[in-house]
Design a protein around this ligand. Sequence first.
Ligand code: GDP
Length: 334
Amino acid sequence: MSGSKRAHSLDDLAKAIRAGDRVALGRAITLIESVKREDQLRAQDLLEALLPYTGKSIRVGISGPPGAGKSTLIDQLGLNLIAQDHKVAVLAVDPTSSRTGGSILGDKTRMGRLAGEANAFIRPSPAGASLGGVTKTTRESIALAEAAGFDVVLVETVGVGQSETAVSDMVDVFVVVAIPGAGDELQGIKRGLLELADIVAVNKADSDNVERANRAAMEYRTALHILAAGHPNWSPVVLTLSARDNKGLDELWAKITERHSSIAQSGILAERRSDQAAAWMREIFEERLLAAFKGGRRAARHYQELEDKVRAGEMTPAAAAAELGRLVGLNEPE
Ligand code: GDP
């Protein structure tokens, strides 16, 4: 494709995205997820062109153990928001291969009603991507969805891996979905996950579960109270809801927007967004640096040899990294 034609088609794609075209948005995300160098360069050009239109959504992370009701919640919350004239994008982050366990995050059939809405966009996790890959593409997909006019971006993640920390860094409000357990109320929720929460939503507070849900909420409040001691800027809230019965979801949304405006007013949001932009730049640069380095045949072979030695325990990772550094002429710090 000639340079000008390519620029032209990228321009068209950018325009279509700006016009809220979901097919164009999907195509752009596919470019971002592509491992082809040419696609990646195009994706970066596209992002560059759309940058002025990004950053304007409420970004919400939704996490919790499998079966907690995340997709039911996202489906219902999404419908409620669309009824209030919002445009809702759902992105999934799932670098684990535990999909055999049943659910695929962001699976459209799990959010069947929302998937049928014109003002919704649902994108499952790319298959087989690493944590690094998936967080990078998610960050960029958020930006694209914003450029396409989605003013609410929900990022779904399963609360059992390391992806939650990465996701909590790219969203404004982080919601942990929990369920009342039998006896051990903090069932299935790791402390590390709780520490990321702005809001803990105890789901399935319906039928004969209400009392147990209230008890679980109390337990979470106590646990969070202890965890939050000494963190002046962190005051997580706990509420109960029923995603199935659409109960408590308005309150959840009210808490989310409250939280969002509070960090917007205090300047924390702007600071976070600029930190995110800086981290993003560093990531892209590191990636390009590494790609350029490995692109050289001799260097690539050397890299592989060193990696083999590290894997075999014949060399420490630090020593191997230092040797690679010398290869590109880096001076070791004194
Ligand atoms: P996910 O794995 O966290 O996405 O959980 P799902 O949304 O797939 O829900 C797991 C199961 O819990 C499904 O059978 C849902 O129908 C059920 N469920 C979800 N939300 C509620 C709720 O509010 N109340 C009740 N009773 N069941 C629910």
